[in-house]
Design a protein around this ligand. Structure first.
Ligand code: ADP
Ligand code: MG
Length: 348
């Protein structure tokens, strides 16, 4: 048992699962979140609800904790940087600043000689006429997107013009990859340069939102090894501490691309709670709190199904689960269409 108090910024389901893992390790958790209804308050030792630029509340939070981490990437860089002057923030704020901007993130990945989709920054209307090469594509806001929010598939420049986007917000246009499959790699890097890496996870999206994840991924050996090598290279280059996820595309010719990096625990890794001896959440806590590193062992193959919107209702009312099925309710009060409300993991 330790007497560390860990602060987590963000109080969604990822914060909840981090708090549950921390409790098991005897670590006290204080959550800071701008949503007063945040579900993670059900699982932490103390909850502070305030805006991310509320300096007084941030100070109160920082004074109470030994180390700070975060469960989502869209936290103002200034906030993380200010906190880091007083208490260590892990992963480093500079990592978060790089990855929260889609252009900076892709430039970084390409510099490592790792393939990404083809992309271009779209800054004004006159750019649109010369973008034929990147169509059909997906236009995305460069910052603040998640679960397909801020994204529009476009086939022609006419369509793109008709969207009448406020381009001053910053947009990136990505060429559409003809997808065969999507996979992700979850890796936890420790401050002594060692790491634990999970096997590739195969992911299915519907309307740009993750629906299913499973292990083992049905992929060839080359992609199995390349995806792991690239995730290790990215974690090493960032000198990352904590759990990180790399999302990949595989096209119809079996080319591998990095789609994006999440500097945090990830939805596709929920199955690690039941399928491995140490989950992505526990590994994150172990890495940022400098606890012992435990070699990963797979206990079972598994499939995870996200419960979106009112798909949660049946399970909430009468969860008839078999011995190999595990239901997680994120305890979000309001059911909204396509909102991630919970998940089921099935060990197989
Ligand atoms: P988010 O930050 O919302 O997760 P992503 O860039 O990962 O955004 O996009 C969400 C999903 O949309 C991807 O997992 C994929 O299914 C689809 N998608 C996004 N960009 C492309 C692309 N360039 N080609 C093909 N599919 C894409
Ligand atoms: Mg994504």
């Amino acid at each position: 048992m330790s007497n560390i108090t860990l602060g987590i910024i963000g109080g969604g389901q990822l914060g909840s699962m981090l708090a549950i893992a921390a409790k098991k390790l005897g670590i006290k958790i204080i959550i800071f979140c701008d949503d007063l209804e945040a579900p993670a308050q059900n699982f932490c030792d103390e909850f502070i609800g305030a805006k991310y630029d509320d300096k007084e509340k941030i100070n109160e939070f920082v004074n109470k904790v030994d180390i700070v981490t975060y469960e989502f990437e869209n936290i103002p860089y200034e906030t993380l940087n200010d906190i880091n002057k007083l208490k260590p923030v892990l992963p480093k704020p500079s990592v978060n600043r790089l990855i929260q901007h889609r252009l900076a993130e892709k430039d970084f990945v390409n510099k490592l000689n790792i393939r990404t989709t083809r992309y271009v920054s779209v800054e004004n209307q006159s750019d649109i006429d010369v973008l034929e090469d990147f169509l059909p594509g997906i236009i995305k806001t460069t910052t603040l997107g998640y679960d397909g929010k801020g994204q529009h598939p476009v086939s022609t420049s006419e369509e793109l013009k008709n969207l009448k986007l406020d381009l001053s917000r910053g947009y990136i246009l990505e060429k559409l990859v003809k997808l065969k499959k999507e996979i992700s790699i979850i890796i936890t890097r420790f401050s002594n340069n060692k790491y634990e890496i999970y096997e590739p996870i195969e992911n299915t999206h519907e309307d740009q939102i993750l629906k299913h994840s499973k292990i083992p991924a049905d992929i060839n050996e080359k992609i199995f090894n390349q995806s792991k090598d690239w995730a290790i290279l990215i974690a090493e280059e960032l000198k990352y501490v904590g759990t990180l996820c790399v999302e990949f595309f595989i096209d119809r010719n079996d080319n591998l691309y990095v789609n994006e990096i999440a500097p945090r625990v990830h939805n596709s890794g929920h199955l690690t709670i039941n399928a491995f001896n140490v989950s992505q959440f526990e590994n994150h806590i172990r890495a940022v709190c400098e606890l012992e590193q435990i070699p990963l062992k797979k206990l079972s193959n598994a499939k995870m199904i996200n419960l979106l919107g009112d798909q949660i209702s049946n399970y909430r009312n009468s969860p008839k689960l078999k011995d190999n099925e595990f239901f997680f309710d994120y305890l979000k009060k309001e059911i909204k269409d396509k909102r991630k409300m919970g998940h089921i993991t099935i060990l197989e």
